[in-house]
Design a protein around this ligand. Structure first.
Ligand code: NAD
Length: 500
């Protein structure tokens, strides 16, 4: 059995906890490797390696740090095929989608290539008599990222791309379900010129997460995963004096107004609801057609579209999506479908019985479609995270607007319409963090920022872009004067200085 090891201080590190998690091949259902689960002491070792690397890396000039990012990008691009295959083999998403996962992460690395510009502080000459004020952004020290299974390339790069470029050193605790790609990325960062200890990877479960959250040398933690754990990470990290951003689950709605281009809507919905087997935090698992005519047409056309979808192994270039990540997750999705039926929603297409010939033990599940889903149903309120699309019918624009606005999650939302005024009004009023207008998966580009609202994100600052730079740095502001001691001495002042 192949062991997946930690990567600490520039080298593979064999953990001694004696605890492992199985890493499956979702296409076959076989265990293909086991990943070591770190002890508290092993996490400490990674943090110490990062601490030892910090002074040297933080004092490396930003342009040289940026050059490491340029080289990292080149190395990842040169190995794209191999890395995408590795990702797919543990996650189950199709290869083209794995390339997209890595590419979206690389776009954050591209942003980080411009870090010298982003790090420039502010300066005011003559803020008072002979007084200048300037600010600088300084790295925090050792920082950490804890990431989910569904984007093992993009999400680690969202975090370490910016964190390292601004001068921090990093400990990454990736998902134990698809841990190999993050290790390869750390190896490539070393090859790109980042010194030993700048990017470390420790595998693990709650023990490793708690060790990070309570370690006195870890100054900031970025988390992405499910909401209950995000909330726990946010609370525990804050209680231990850390800066924390913790992104959680989602239940994104697509609002379809009667004037929408229905041909495009059906194509967009198919990809956004079922792509990557629905295992995306920006998937579109709820569609809200406005008016009966829109709803009936949408349902009919979706029913006609679903049979054209091909579910296949990750390496099948013609497959639209592959297996889900584990048998446990497949069963959980099937459980939610059953729950939807019990709650009285109409199961129009049932994907539960799908089986791929020759891969009967793989974690495949066909596309499912529900109609007449109601806001009070738990299958609507909770995240299913599978290839299940729920139609929630609304009579009016206001009713449609209220659904995502009142939902516990507020990650992304989309509106499909040809009416610019309605779209503008929707974007301004909806209580959700990321909005798409005729864009089904509105993941902002790397130089903007990513972050949901409500239970989709705890903390107050987004991932990547300039918000990422702010999250991973602290601001120091200097007020300076250089009086000529031969000419001027000011008297002691016992009142707060003001600029009158
Ligand atoms: P998860 O919450 O199970 O795991 C996320 C991380 O937390 C992993 O590294 C895992 O090892 C760790 N973890 C698991 N149990 C823990 C515990 N009890 N205590 C401490 N740490 C623990 O999430 P997942 O299943 O890997 O990922 C899917 C979830 O992530 C979905 O809810 C999805 O919506 C969400 N997600 C959100 C975003 C976003 O930006 N909002 C992006 C991607 C995924």
């Amino acid at each position: 059995m192949r062991d997946i090891r930690h990567f600490i201080d520039g080298a593979a590190f064999d953990g001694a906890s004696g605890r492992f998690a199985d890493v499956f091949d979702p296409n076959t259902g076989e265990v293909q490797a086991r990943v070591q689960l770190a002890t508290t002491g092993e996490v400490d070792r990674a943090v110490q390696a990062a601490q030892n690397a910090f002074d040297g890396w933080a004092s490396t000039n930003p342009q040289r740090r940026a050059r490491v990012m340029f080289d990292f990008k080149r190395l990842v691009e040169a190995r794209m095929d191999e890395l995408a295959e590795l990702l797919s083999s543990e996650h189950g998403k199709v290869i083209a989608d794995s390339k997209g996962d890595i590419q979206r992460g690389l776009e954050v690395i591209e942003f980080a290539c411009g870090i010298p510009h982003a790090l420039k502080g502010e300066y005011t000459q003559g803020a008072g008599p002979g007084i200048d004020v300037y600010s600088m952004r300084q790295p925090l020290g050792v920082v950490a990222g804890i990431t989910p299974f569904n984007f093992p390339g993009m999400i680690p790069m969202w975090m370490f791309g910016v964190a390292i470029a601004v001068g921090n050193t990093f400990v990454l605790k990736p998902s134990e379900r698809d841990p190999s790609l993050p290790v390869r990325l750390a190896e490539l960062m070393l090859e790109a010129g980042a010194p030993n200890g700048v990017l470390n990877v420790v595998h693990g479960d709650k023990t490793a997460v708690d060790a990070i959250l309570t370690h006195p040398l870890v100054h900031a933690v970025s988390f992405v995963g499910s909401s209950d754990i995000a909330h726990y990470v946010y609370q525990t990290g804050a209680a231990n004096h850390k800066r924390v951003q913790a992104m959680g689950g989602a239940k994104n709605h697509g609002i379809v107004l009667p004037d929408a281009d229905m041909d495009q809507v059906i194509k967009d919905l198919a990809g956004a609801a079922y792509g990557s087997a629905g295992e995306r935090c920006m998937a579109l698992p709820v569609v809200v057609p406005v008016g009966k005519k829109t709803a009936d047409e949408l349902r009919e056309r979706m029913v006609a579209e679903i049979p054209s979808m091909r579910v296949g192994v990750s390496t099948d270039a013609g497959a639209h999506y592959g297996p889900v990540v584990t048998a446990q997750h497949r069963d959980r999705i099937a459980g939610w479908i059953e729950k939807g039926v019990q709650e009285g929603a109409e199961l129009v297409v049932d994907g539960r019985d799908f089986s791929l010939q020759g891969h009967e033990k793989g974690y495949f599940i066909g596309p499912s479609l529900f109609d007449h889903v109601k806001p009070e149903m738990s299958s609507y309120q909770e995240e299913i995270f599978g290839p299940v699309l729920q139609i929630v019918r609304a009579e009016t624009f206001e009713e449609a607007l209220a659904l995502p606005s009142n939902h516990q999650y507020g990650n992304g939302v989309a509106i499909f319409t040809q009416n610019g005024r309605a779209a503008r009004d929707f974007a301004a009023r909806v209580n959700v963090g990321m909005v798409g207008i005729n864009v089904p998966i509105p993941v902002p580009v790397a130089y903007h920022t990513f972050g949901g609202w409500k239970r989709s994100a705890f903390g107050d600052i987004n991932q990547h872009g300039m918000e990422g730079v702010r999250f991973w740095t602290k601001t120091k502001t200097v007020t300076a004067r250089w009086p000529d001691s031969a000419l001027e001495h000011s008297d002691s002042s016992f009142v707060i200085p003001t600029m009158r």
